[in-house]
Design a protein around this ligand. Structure first.
Ligand code: ADP
Length: 731
């Protein structure tokens, strides 16, 4: 048993460069290795693929993975090949010649994983063919497609039930990100699983920072998000195609590089735009819901909804495309009552049963928008789970961007009593108009200016009062009835009128909704110790390599791996292998080029290298804070520098390169405020550097190096400059 785990851990490290399992990965892998059927439900980004990919490597034979989407299969196979795991796919998009190669690989028992579409597995004698190869196990990915209760039922998945019989004695493992209890049961039945191990993770996506705002000036709101994610990938969802086109046009006019995607475009154009996004040639896609299926780009850092989706299921799925790599990502939703109206008019045409379900879902969605409870909690609750912490630290409510009124009882009573005075015959907009004391014609005509509640909230804007009404409805103190959303005071609302219960009402945000994703705890953790300049530099390098290889950028290295590189800043191969997400193959393939880039960048920017950070937690793990600490080697080096030992001797003593020891020295000088470089640099040399620095008046090293005709090394210039800086600070 321990051997099995050790084996899996070794594989995790060797091929993927990961040290630990994510939650549920270990039991999920155990089920696979032991050959017990399983159903695993983990959220997007929860690390499902590794649950079966790692055991596929440790188990003799070839695993078959059935997956509904060709683009996903391609990405998975590309990613596995990059890690050095033998994998291939068989689907209709694969040219005949390549298909032949795959057959040969199967026959020569080279493959560890074979990805195929459900149609393929049932095609001409393929099952018999597979029976002859040594099958290790079968995985049904996106297994919710098996169930009619799921949101994406696929008839061809129904036939997968016969696999159990076809491959007697071979375990089947079903994986999905979304499966309620009935769907799980259905999956087990449809696939005829035998006493399956059922593992259900939390649906929570702790790395997503949710922010919901009423739509005011949508362009301004959208641009604010884009500006805080310059150079990062993201998606803007609009409700209709015309909105996509309008948004694209306006953003382009303002100088943002964006591309559209919707079902009204020619297939080729859509494909081109999608590829440009995946290859990171463009950072932002503006799209309808048509965009997203089959895209598993891991480093989407923001998803903006410029309009409200019609259900929380849609919202969860679309916003869930952000942050698949587990790093922080921001999900901003800009809604308005108008969106409610648009969806409502679409729903009106449905048959009565479906209409009532759809309307309820729409209300839940709108209540979520106007609500004032933690967004993570609200989403989880909707899907039947509870949040296991008081504060998610990752939504506008918990981040304190929304301030609550100190005394919300009085305004709440005023609102509810106005609803009553209006005989519960009017909607939110009208009620707010009365409360702010408007002289609008319709109010005067109805003589509602004579009501005792008229103008009771005239010190507030109508928009704020409208928001409060929505908040009261979302908390169940009032409800909206019928097609026109007439307001009624509920039983709970009556308690408020009697002063027995106090709702929460928000006052408009004081703290600007800035940088929320980066300010969130997860954001802070995942950026801890990362040099952002170096991260950007490595990102460019990654894109160039991906372009050349014609693979998606994140297949080369994910953002998490690049951040860890920019955090550890390894100078040599052994340090590079310590980076999370760098396995042996990637180290061999990209080590030299990335190490060269890191060394040069660190030299040019006087950055210390070979940092050993305390492990940065995945957001799915415990939420302990982490900190970079000086490595033991650096601490030892500092002690030696304090005794005036030369960098060359220190390099030997701490077993590092000379250049690393010199960087340690620069850091030692900065830390200790040393203002003269002897005994490490001659007085005369120091004087020359000081003169040059004065004349050139620049912090960059190259102009100084050039002006000294290359006679003083970069290392010496760096040491001198650090001392000069300390002199200035002393003055
Ligand atoms: P899912 O299929 O559940 O959406 P993935 O399998 O794509 O999730 O994994 C999400 C991200 O987490 C990927 O970037 C993956 O490389 C990373 N990951 C998976 N397992 C681990 C692990 N044990 N340690 C660190 N990162 C991991």
């Amino acid at each position: 048993m321990d051997d099995m785990i050790e084996n899996l851990k070794a594989v995790l490290k060797k091929y993927w460069g990961y040290e630990e399992f994510l939650p549920l990965q270990r039991p999920a892998m155990e089920a696979v290795v032991r050959g017990r059927d399983s159903i695993v439900v983990l959220p997007t980004g929860g690390g499902k693929s590794l649950c079966f990919q790692a055991p596929a490597v440790t188990t003799p034979g070839m695993a078959v993975v059935i997956s509904p989407l060709i683009s996903l299969m391609k990405d998975q196979v590309d990613a596995l090949s990059e890690c050095g795991v033998y994998a291939a796919r068989l689907d209709s998009a694969l040219p005949g010649k390549e298909r032949e190669v795959v057959y040969q690989l199967i026959e020569h028992k080279v493959l560890k994983l074979l990805y195929i579409s459900p149609e393929r597995i049932f095609s001409d004698g393929f099952i018999d063919y597979l029976k002859k190869s040594q099958l290790s196990f079968v995985v049904v990915d996106e297994a919710h497609c098996v169930s009619m209760w799921g949101h994406d039922f696929r008839p061809e998945y129904r036939k997968l039930g016969m696999l159990k019989e076809a491959f007697a004695g071979i375990a089947i493992h079903a994986y999905t990100a979304t499966a309620t209890e009935p769907v799980r049961k259905d999956i087990a039945e449809q696939l005829r699983l035998e006493n399956p191990e059922i593992l259900v993770g939390s649906f929570d996506r702790p790395n997503l920072v949710y922010k919901i705002e009423r739509r005011q000036n949508v362009m301004q709101q959208v641009c604010a998000v884009l500006d805080r994610h310059a150079n990062e990938s993201g998606v803007i969802y609009c409700i209709r195609r015309v909105d996509v086109d309008g948004m694209c046009e306006e953003l382009s006019r303002r100088g943002y590089r964006v591309l559209p995607y919707h079902a009204g475009m020619a297939d080729d154009d859509r494909k081109k735009n999608q590829e440009a996004f995946i290859q990171e040639k463009v950072n932002t896609i503006v799209a309808t819901v048509a965009f997203g299926m089959g895209i598993d780009k891991s480093n989407v850092r923001y998803v903006i909804h410029a309009g409200m989706p019609k259900t929380l299921e849609h919202y969860q799925q679309e916003s869930g495309r952000a942050g698949r790599d587990g790093l922080e990502a921001e999900c901003c939703l800009f809604y308005s009552g108008g969106d409610y109206g648009v969806w409502q008019s679409i729903i009106t045409g449905m048959e009565p049963n479906a209409k009532s379900i759809a309307l309820n879902k729409l209300r839940d969605m709108y209540d979520f928008c106007t609500g004032v409870t933690c967004r993570h909690r609200a989403i989880l609750h909707y899907f039947g789970q509870e949040l296991d912490k008081d504060n998610c630290s990752a939504c506008d409510v918990c981040l304190g961007e929304l301030d609550c009124l100190e005394d919300s009882l009085i305004p709440a009573q005023k609102i509810l009593s106005c609803i009553k005075r209006l005989d519960e015959r009017f909607g939110a907009d009208y009620t707010a108009t009365v409360l702010v004391g408007s002289r609008e014609q319709r109010i005067l005509e109805n003589q509602h200016d004579h009501l005792s509640t008229y103008g009771l909230l005239s010190q507030h804007s109508k928009r704020i009062v409208r928001d409060w009404i929505e908040q009261l409805a979302a908390q169940g103190y009032a409800k909206k009835i019928g097609e026109y959303n007439i307001l009624k005071v509920t039983e709970k609302g009556r308690l408020v009128l009697k002063g027995l219960e106090t709702p929460r009402l928000l006052k408009p945000a004081k703290k600007a909704a800035k940088e929320a994703a980066k300010e969130s705890k997860i954001g802070r953790q995942s950026w801890e110790g990362v040099d952002r300049g170096l991260f950007d530099h490595l990102r460019t390098l990654r894109r160039e390599i991906a372009d050349e290889k014609n693979v998606a950028a994140f297949i080369v290295f994910g953002d998490a791996a690049l951040r860890d590189m920019a955090r550890r800043r390894p100078s040599m191969r052994d340090g590079f292998l310590q980076v999370s997400g760098v396995g042996e193959k990637k180290s061999n393939e990209y080590g030299s080029i990335f190490l060269a880039a890191i060394n040069t960048y660190c030299a040019e920017h006087s950055l210390p290298m070979d940092i050993t950070p305390v492990r940065v937690m995945s957001p799915y793990e415990s939420d302990q804070e982490s900190l970079s600490v000086p490595s033991q080697a650096r601490q030892k080096a500092f002690a030696l520098f304090a005794q005036g030992i030369s960098p060359e001797e220190v390099a030997v003593a701490v077993d590092r390169k000379d250049s690393t020891a010199k960087q340690y020295l620069v850091e030692f000088i900065k830390r200790e405020g040393v203002d003269h470089p002897s005994p490490w640099v001659d007085d005369a040399v120091f004087q020359r550097v000081a003169d040059a620095a004065k004349t050139i008046n620049e912090e960059r090293l190259k102009p100084i190096f050039d002006s000294l005709n290359g006679e003083v090394s970069y290392d010496d210039i760096r040491i001198c400059m650090a001392c000069l800086k300390n002199q200035i600070e002393e003055e």
